[in-house]
Design a protein around this ligand. Structure first.
Ligand SMILES: [Ca+2]
Length: 391
C-alpha cells in the first residue's frame, strides 16, 4: 500500500481506520459447543441495527431486530456469558446490553462517558470482562479506561494511562484482552494532528485486574514501562491459550516496505514482544482484522493495492501465508470492498462480513478447505461485526 492512498481517500480513510477497530475475534468469540446464534451489528454508516444469524445450513438471518430505534451507525459488538454488548462509538458513547433470548428489547443502555452532563465524548472501543460484575471499557478519545458493571453501567472509577501519551496528548487506546489476571491494552499512539499517522511507537500496557494498577514490565528501569511494540498502529488483538501468545494486527503506516506492519506476537508470561512474526509484505498488504482459531488456522483481512480488503489464511506455527480466499469479490468498483472483522462460530466455521457496495452480506467459509460454504447472507443493512453466543 502506498502513502498516496492517504491523500486520495482523505477523510474517508480516517473514518475507515477508526471504524476498523471492531472485530469479533476476541478471546470470547468461539463459545463452547452448543446451538450458538450469531449476532451481527449492521450499518450503512447513516443508521445501524442488529441482525441474528443461525449457524446451521441453510443459515438465515432475522434483520433489523431493534426496529426503528436501531443502534448508532458506528458500533461494534462483544459477548460475555449469555449477554451481548453493543458498543455505540462515535457520537453515541454508550453500551447497549442485549439478552439473546429477547434481543429486540435491550436490558440497558448506559453511558461510557465520565459522570456529568458536560463530560467529553469518550468513543468506547472495546470491552474486557473480568466477571459479570466487572469490565473494562477502552475509550479512544480519553486517556482513562473506564471500570464498570457491564450489565448495569455502574462506574467503579478509571485507570489513567496519560503518562503513555504521545505529543498530541492522547494514547489512542483500542483492543484489550485479559490473560491470567492481567489486562493487556493496545495503545496506537498515532498522531491525530497529522491524519492519525503511525509515526510513534505503539504500546501494550499491562494492568493488574485485582488492583487496577499499571504493571511495570521493566523493573530495572526507573518509572513504569509498557511493552513497546516493534510494529505500529495495532487494530486487532487475539490471545491464543495453546501458544500462550497475544497476536496483534499491526496495520502500521500502510506502506509495507517499512518494518511497522504485520502479525506481532507478545508473550504474556514474560510481558515481552517477540516482534513481527509475519510481515505485511508476506501477507500481501497492510493487515486490518484477525480471525485466529489456533496456530494453524488463522485469517487476516489485508488491504490490497486498490485499498480493497481481501482475506488471507496464515499459519502461525509455520509463519506462512496461503492464497487469498476466493468467492468474496469481485468488488463493485476499486476501493469499495471493506471487511471490518472476522469471526469463528462454535464449530470453527469462518464468518466474513462483506460490505461490498453492490452485494453486501455475511460470507461463510470452511477453514478445512478454505472453500465458501454460503453467502452472501443478507443482514438488512450491510454487516459490520458478528459474535456468537449460546442463548
Ligand atoms: Ca496520539
Amino acid at each position: 500500500m502506498r502513502g498516496r492512498h492517504l491523500n486520495i481517500l482523505g477523510g474517508v480513510f480516517i473514518v475507515f481506520v477508526l471504524l476498523a477497530w471492531g472485530c469479533a475475534n476476541n478471546n470470547n468469540d468461539h463459545p463452547a459447543a452448543g446451538p450458538a446464534v450469531g449476532f451481527v451489528v449492521t450499518t450503512d454508516f447513516s443508521v445501524g441495527n442488529l441482525s441474528t444469524l443461525t449457524t446451521t445450513t441453510p443459515r438465515t438471518a432475522v434483520t433489523n431486530v431493534l426496529g426503528s430505534t436501531g443502534v448508532n451507525s458506528d458500533s461494534v459488538i462483544r459477548a460475555f456469558g449469555n449477554r451481548v454488548f453493543i458498543l455505540q462509538r462515535t457520537g453515541a458513547n454508550s453500551i447497549l446490553v442485549i439478552d439473546p433470548n429477547n434481543p429486540s428489547t435491550p436490558l440497558a443502555n448506559y453511558t461510557a462517558n465520565d459522570p456529568g452532563a458536560n463530560a467529553p465524548q469518550s468513543n468506547p472501543q472495546d470491552m474486557a470482562f473480568v466477571s459479570s460484575s466487572k469490565a473494562y471499557i477502552s475509550r479512544y478519545e480519553l486517556n482513562t479506561i473506564l471500570i464498570v458493571n457491564p450489565l448495569t453501567g455502574e462506574q467503579f472509577g478509571t485507570v489513567d494511562l496519560s503518562q503513555f501519551s504521545d505529543a498530541d496528548g492522547i494514547v489512542e487506546m483500542g483492543r484489550m484482552v485479559i490473560v491470567n489476571g492481567k489486562l493487556y491494552v493496545a495503545l496506537q499512539r498515532v498522531d491525530r494532528n497529522n491524519g492519525f499517522t503511525a509515526s510513534n511507537d505503539s504500546y501494550v500496557v499491562v494492568i493488574d485486574v485485582t488492583t487496577n494498577q499499571v504493571v511495570d514490565v521493566d523493573p530495572n528501569t526507573p518509572g513504569v514501562q509498557p511493552i513497546v511494540l516493534k510494529g505500529r498502529n495495532p487494530t486487532d488483538l487475539v490471545y491464543l491459550p495453546s501458544s500462550d501468545r497475544i497476536y496483534l494486527a499491526d496495520t502500521g503506516t500502510y506502506i509495507t516496505s517499512d518494518a511497522f506492519g504485520g502479525v506481532e506476537a507478545v508473550n504474556p508470561s514474560t510481558n515481552a514482544t517477540e516482534g513481527i512474526i509475519i510481515s505485511d509484505d508476506t501477507l500481501g498488504g497492510a493487515v486490518g482484522a484477525f480471525g485466529i482459531l489456533n496456530e494453524t488456522v488463522a485469517f487476516a483481512t489485508v488491504f490490497d493495492e486498490n485499498f480493497d480488503n481481501i482475506v488471507v489464511p496464515f499459519n502461525i506455527s509455520m509463519q506462512q501465508v496461503g492464497a487469498a480466499l476466493t468467492g468474496i469479490g469481485p468488488c463493485s468498483s476499486p476501493g469499495t470492498c471493506y471487511i471490518p472483522s472476522l469471526a469463528f462460530d462454535n464449530n470453527g466455521i469462518l464468518y466474513v462480513p462483506n460490505r461490498d457496495v453492490l452485494n453486501p452480506g455475511i460470507l461463510v467459509f470452511n477453514p478445512s478447505t478454505n472453500g465458501k460454504v454460503e453467502g452472501p447472507i443478507d443482514t438488512g443493512l450491510p454487516p459490520f461485526e458478528i459474535v456468537f453466543v449460546n442463548p
